[in-house]
Design a protein. Structure first.
Length: 279
């Protein structure tokens, strides 16, 4: 049996085991996907242990998507451009990092928004997920503004992505969101704010949301976060994070197994694993 893992801190809430194991069973593959809680101080030790030949690969989630970079042997081009990794393939103890978040987020937005050329985007957060979204949108956006509580981190992300793409990208404090959102087309929450069990919390004030805005929350548990509820009340369109979870997961599945993933089945398994939590 080949083993697959998801590394994070915390990680018990993840829906990835449910959807990945459902896909592996459906295709009759002798793999098992497991949760591995890993604290930041133990990350290097765990990565070295995962070079074991029984391990086919693993996912990386909060807070390790950037910290894992120097612990890998090689980066795929997309992961290198993004500067964050969420999927790793183990080939003979050689760990190659990929970023499947970036194409997944762009696909979700294109399906909901349409042609993304010239779109104006505000991204909340400056971690690995924010880097993935910004890098995916940079080739088509008019401008992207990254807002985070750590303004220096937001500005660093903006400089990194702008240096690779040339699109106008600025960083700032999340407290300034109200002045910027009025001219934005898309708002993306790439922070964990609002994740279960903190259902009633939003990363921004409800009164700065407006009709015509598309609000994409990467949080998928609960499926309807407080931010999405506030956006709906304001007349904005909304997208939850579960679709992106599945899209990035199907690409990871292909990288690990060489097989095309049963996407619809993975979506059903992820929704079922939420257990009806829509708070």
């Amino acid at each position: 049996m080949k083993l697959l893992y998801i590394l994070g801190h915390p990680v018990a809430h993840s829906l990835s085991p449910a959807m990945q194991n459902a896909a592996l069973r459906a295709l009759g593959l002798d793999y098992e996907y497991r949760i591995m809680p890993v604290s930041p101080e133990d990350l290097e030790k765990r990565i070295n242990e995962l070079k074991d030949l029984s391990v086919a690969g693993f996912n990386v989630t909060i807070p390790h998507k950037i910290a894992v970079l120097p612990l890998l042997d090689e980066l795929d081009e997309t992961a290198s451009v993004v500067g964050a990794v969420n999927t790793v393939v183990n080939s003979g103890s050689h760990l190659r990092g990929y970023n499947t978040d970036s194409p997944a987020s762009t696909r979700v937005l294109r399906e909901a928004y349409g042609d993304l050329a010239g779109c104006r985007v505000v991204i909340l957060g400056a971690g690995g997920a924010a880097r993935a979204v910004a890098s995916g949108l940079a080739p088509c956006a008019e401008w992207i503004i990254v807002l985070a509580r750590d303004e220096a981190k937001a500005e660093s992300l903006a400089r990194d992505v702008m240096g690779r793409t040339g699109v106008e990208i600025r960083g700032g404090d999340i407290g300034g969101a109200g002045k910027i959102l009025s001219s934005a087309d898309i708002l993306v929450n790439a922070t964990p704010v609002g994740m279960s069990p903190h259902w009633g919390v939003s990363p921004i004030e409800a009164d700065i949301l407006h009709p015509g805005l598309l609000v994409f929350d990467l949080v998928y548990n609960p499926e309807r976060t407080q931010l999405l509820r506030d956006a709906e009340s304001a007349g904005a369109r909304t997208i939850g994070g579960i679709t992106m979870l599945v899209y990035q997961g199907t690409e990871a599945f292909r990288l690990w197994t060489g097989r095309e993933a049963p996407e619809a089945l993975m979506m059903r398994a992820a929704r079922n694993a939420l257990g009806g939590v829509v708070a």
